[in-house]
Design a protein around this ligand. Structure first.
Ligand SMILES: Cc1ncc(COP(=O)(O)O)c(C=O)c1O
Length: 416
């Protein structure tokens, strides 16, 4: 527990985050229910652990298993042989040829829109959002009165953490998509102040939910605002060529007032993040001014080569086949668990077993671990105080037997 230095001073966000975080996470580490040390991997979803045992994992967010694909492994090995591990400079100083290839392939996936790769999704947020708010990106005009950032309460922590940085550009406020009128009243306030609203939301929720990106876009229309969608978990798993949940839901296009931030490290199977913008003029501004691109290294070379190989699999139909397997697996798992899980029936690879008490969540995580099944346990503030969630990340690589094993343990837990 961190005490504020003066009784009268409200806790800053670091203090409040530390104070709010449940000790249960420490207990989960101590009990070996999370933080697993992995020493190797069998093809598929079985990992070798440091204690010499093997376990079936539902933890990795590589929902299509592409990181094990021979095309990615070979591409990374070849790059390693040709270049060594790294070309240690920013992309503006030396550009490995893979970078341009990746940009071109992603531009095909996204129907002519421009994808700018970053080392992570977090650095996309950090690099792009201040430029967007300041009106520096040509495709996204900002009113003379400036901008205001409206961050959904459930938007990923990598955006929440930037509120203080964004506040230097325009006021950064939170709203709650689940509370009626919360977004509308924030939008009305922006209009009253003569500011352009920039709304920040997730696409596929990392712990549950599918955000209604089309509904938020429609709500934004009368206010001439911009929509920034972090679709890290939606990339590759949905849409033609694996363009992702948000792009597909918005009609296989990037509406003019939308930016999508995507991940290359989850279902894409490689490493990094990217910003999707409509024009080369936006790209030029990002290359020149997005801080992590100018003053930071680029995606590590072998992983950049793997990204190129993965992008080709997106375009040649292989990803479409893997998507089908993933969605079959989610349907089977929903059926086996009686549609009782968080996200049951949704086109999301995330499923969750919610428990009313932390103790019940611990019992479930322990039963799964003892049976050799690894999951991600989550506690407050990720879920409501006093409750617990067991997250299952499903993959196209899971076999029916894997799903049956996990479901039957859950059944045992539920039946007490
Ligand atoms: C929705 C979402 N956005 C952003 C991130 C951060 O991604 P990165 O590690 O590439 O910065 C994560 C990470 O898990 C995430 O789940």
């Amino acid at each position: 527990m961190i005490q504020p230095q003066q009784e009268t001073r409200p806790a800053n966000w670091v203090e409040s985050r530390i104070n709010k975080t449940s000790d249960s996470l420490d207990v989960a580490f101590e009990q070996g229910l999370t933080g697993h040390v992995v020493t190797g991997r069998k093809p598929g979803k079985v990992v070798c652990l440091a204690d010499g045992t093997e376990a079936l994992e539902f933890v990795s967010c590589s929902y299509l298993g592409l990181e094990e694909h021979p095309a990615l492994v070979t591409a990374a090995e070849e790059a390693l042989r040709r270049f060594g591990v790294h070309l240690s400079t920013s992309r503006n100083r030396m550009r490995p040829h893979y970078l341009g290839e990746l940009e071109d392939l992603l531009s095909t996936v996204y129907r002519g829109n421009k994808a700018v790769p970053f080392t992570s999704v977090g650095t996309v947020h950090l690099g792009l959002l201040p430029l967007l708010g300041a009106g520096a990106l040509p495709s996204y005009p900002i009113a003379p009165g400036g901008s205001t950032f409206l961050v959904d309460k459930t938007a990923h922590s990598s955006m929440q953490v930037l509120r203080g940085v964004l506040d230097q550009i325009g006021p950064a406020r939170r709203f709650d998509l689940e509370t009626p009128d919360s977004l509308e009243s924030a939008l009305r306030e922006a209009r009253r102040d003569g500011r352009t609203p920039i709304v920040l939301i997730d696409g596929v929720g990392s712990m549950g939910g599918l955000i209604d990106v089309a509904g938020v876009l429609a709500a934004l229309a009368p206010y001439q605002g911009h929509l920034y969608i972090d679709d890290a978990h939606g990339i590759s798993v949905a849409g033609r060529y694996g363009a992702g949940y948000a792009f597909e839901t918005l009609g296989d296009q990037l509406p003019l007032n939308v930016v999508i931030a995507g991940s290359l490290s989850k279902a894409f199977g490689g490493s990094g993040g990217f910003a999707l913008v409509p024009s080369e003029d936006d790209v030029r501004v990002l290359r020149k001014f997005a801080n992590p691109l100018v003053f930071g290294h680029s995606i590590m070379l072998p992983l950049l080569a793997a990204n190129v190989a993965s992008a080709r699999l997106h375009l040649d139909g292989e990803v479409a086949a893997l998507q089908e397997r993933l969605w079959r697996n989610t349907e089977v798992f929903d059926e086996l668990t009686g549609n009782r899980l968080v996200n049951a029936g949704l086109r999301s690879p995330v499923r969750g077993a919610h428990f009313d008490t932390e103790a019940a969540a611990f019992r479930a995580a322990t039963a799964l671990k003892e049976a050799g099944v690894l999951i991600l346990p989550a506690f407050f503030p990720t879920v409501a105080k006093g409750t617990g969630l067991i997250r299952f990340a499903l993959s196209s690589l899971h076999e029916r037997g894997h799903l049956e094993t996990a479901a039957s343990i859950l059944e045992g837990v539920w039946n007490g």
